[in-house]
Structures are given as structure tokens and as C-alpha cells.
Design a protein around this ligand. Sequence first.
Ligand code: SAH
Ligand code: SF4
Ligand code: F3S
Length: 441
Amino acid sequence: MTDGKDFKAHIITLGCQQNEADSERISGALVSLGYTVTDDDASADLIIINTCAIREHAERRALSFIGRYKHNKTKNPDMVIGVCGCMMAQKHRMDQVIRFPYVDFAFGTGSMHRLPEFVYTALTKGKRKFIPDPDKMQICEEIPVLRKSGYKAWVSIMYGCNNFCTYCIVPYVRGRERSRMPKDIIAEVKELIENGYKDITLLGQNVNSYGKDLDGKPTVAYLINEISKLDGDFWLHLMTSHPKDATSEMIDAISSSKYCANCFHLPLQSGSDAILKKMNRHYDIERYLSVVSELKEKCKDITLTTDIIVGFPGETEEDFQKTLDVVSKVRYDSIYTFIYSPRKGTPAAVMEEQIPEEIQKERFNRLVDLQNSISKDFNDAMVGKTVKVLVDGKSKNNENVYMSRTENNRIVHFESDKDYTGQFINIKITRGDTFALYGEI
Ligand code: SAH
Ligand code: SF4
Ligand code: F3S
């Protein structure tokens, strides 16, 4: 295809880890077509925008990226522009993207295996293609993966979601749960370890329901146990879990694995039983806290992180206080806080009692302030301790300073003359602030 010219592709990734994992497959597919992947959008012959639909802000960013590349296409009419990902799995967004005349093709998360065909059609000046997702989405093991990092890897263990939380667009744009075969997952992890990967994350919208659709019903605990039998030196992370499905079997597997990082992400969403019910979350706070207790009991010194939505329809000040209470009680290492964003087609978007933006923002700020004081306490308590970190590379702002992460994702800065990127080293912590730790080798 290349005719001696070096064809370059640039991929913009706008979503979560699953979206990043998809971009690594897109990169792999494009490399097998003869492209090289570049970070420089100005010199790219092909631009792919991999979108996210989780909140209004994510969709606005995608549209602004699409708008930005009109100029590139005017300068270089031979270039190809494609849009894909979760936002493109929605009909109203697809209709909107068709109206950008310089976009050559768009497709949702279920048609990624057809990317070579879409690129070929665009290059041969065929018809523009706008492909809605198939009704039954499948898993394609054949698409090659080109990983962005040489030491950190995402391994999707399942796709889709069956939970239909009333605020969430994911089940509509990613389809029903599909689990990969255990042998494919374990082979992928084995290869990563053999290639020196140090941080491996098993990915799924709800890894606790892994395997329910497979013969023999293998569980995520089974995967952890099998991976723990392999020889290596790496951290194993899970992302993400639904509290309704967190089992003792999984917690036991985490506590007995020598590779599982001693941290766990357990999305809370709200501290109020009434709101959890309206969110269709299928657990109450008693159940949630019992999972937290079991994790803390079985995995000594485990740290927890969570996702919380503020300003869900009907959330009263009292409901919000209950969220603050849970945050104070659990003492998370960090939390991801989101202002509720109505998603077209979801039940919550048409619920009465939508909360005014000023109230949402005011609650958001109070929650962030509470968590910041907890995070600061955690970081202060780390001073004087020596921790194992995985080095991420030079810090953006300071030449000799490197950035690294602990197994529970705390950021640690340190100075070094030598570059340890991608390696584990030990750092003695000398100082902490709200968002990061500082130390020396
Ligand atoms: N499957 C994961 C969540 C993936 S989305 C889980 O259930 O934990 C990541 C987070 O985005 C969610 O946990 C939720 O806190 C947030 N989120 C999802 N939909 C949202 C919406 N409409 N508005 C605001 N935040 C939302
Ligand atoms: Fe969305 Fe709920 Fe599924 Fe998570 S479990 S992806 S929040 S519907
Ligand atoms: Fe992820 Fe956004 Fe899709 S959070 S699953 S890329 S809607």
C-alpha cells in the first residue's frame, strides 16, 4: 500500500482504559496496513478520533477535535479522517458526525474489525461510510495490539455491560457482556510477563461478572489464581468492580496472590440507599460496607479508591450528607468525583427533580475538599517510609525529576541522574502534599 512513502497515522484517545485498549488495537491494525503511528497530528495522513460518551464534556471534546481537523483536510485533501468509539455507537451522534463533510468514516465499538475496509474505501475515494453497530457484538481475537507502553498493559477480559445503571450510557454503546476465553487471557498475560511488563490490569466494566456467559462459568478469581501461578515480577490490577457482584472468592484470590496490588477500586456512586435504588445499583450501603470490611480484613493495609456521582436527580442535601459520611468512614486513598451528566436515552435523563448546576457544583466542591484532607493525611503518614515504585519517566516540568507510581497508584516524584523508566525501584518518602509524594532513591 505504501508505494515507498511513509504513511503516518495519529490516534486521539478520549475515554477510559477500555477506550485506550481499543486504541492500541486500532494502532495494531493500522501498522499491519503499513502505517507508522505518530504523535504529531500535523504530519498525519490518517487521523482516528476514538471517542467517549460517558459525560457531556467528553462528547464536546470529541466534537471539538473533529472540528479542528477541517483545516488539516483543506491543506491535504488526500488525508483520511475517521471517528470511532462509544459516542459513535449512538444514532443521534452518528447523524451529527455525518454532517462534517470531511469525515471519511465513522463506526461504533462493535465494528473495529472492519477498520482496514473503511481505510481502504477512503483511500480509493469510495463512498463515505457511517456504520451503526451490529445487533450482536462479537469478540475479535485476531486484531493485533500495538501497546503504547513497554511496561504497563491493559488486558481486556470482557466487553460490554449488563447492568443498566440508570445514569449510564455504557450498556447502550458497548453492548451486552462478552467474556474472553480464559486460555486467551492467560496466554496474553504470560506473553506480557515474558516481555518484561511490570503492571498488568485486567479490564472490564464489571470484572466480577466475568465468565457468567462462558461454559463452565470460570470466575475472575480463577483468572487471578491461574495468573498467580506464573513466574514473574509484576503488579496485577483489576478495573473495575461492581459492589453487588464482589465475592469472597475474589477477595480471597486477591489476598492470596503474590502479584495482586494491595489496592481495590470499588465504585460507590452514592452514600444514600434511596439514590442507589434510583440508580439501579442493586446494593445498599450496608452491603457496600460489608465488602469494604471483608477487603480490609483479608488484605492487610489495602487501600481503596472509588467513583462518586454528585447531583443525581432527586439527590437531597440529606442524601449528599450520607455520601460524605461513607467517604469519612471508608477513608479512600482517592476518589473520582463526577457531576451527574444526563445521557440521552438513559432513564435518569428524563427523571424529574434534576438538580440545578450551582447545587451540583457546591456539593462537588465539598466532597473534593473532604477527600483532599483525607488524601493529605495519607500522604503525610507515608513520610519516612520506603516504598516500591514503578518509574513512569521524566516529570514534564522539571529536568532531573522523575515521576513514578506506587502499587496503589500514588504519584511519587524523585530526583535521579539515571533513567529507571519502566523499572521497579525503592524510594524513601521525604515529603507529601495532597496530590503527590516526594522522596529519594
Ligand atoms: N463500569 C464502571 C464504570 C465505568 S464509567 C463501574 O460500574 O464502576 C466510570 C464512572 O463514570 C462511573 O463509575 C460513574 O461514577 C461515572 N459516570 C457514569 N455515567 C455518568 C453520568 N451520566 N454522569 C456522571 N458520571 C457518570
Ligand atoms: Fe455503567 Fe453501571 Fe455498567 Fe458501570 S456497571 S458501566 S456504571 S451501567
Ligand atoms: Fe469508556 Fe467512555 Fe466508552 S468511559 S466505555 S470510552 S463511554
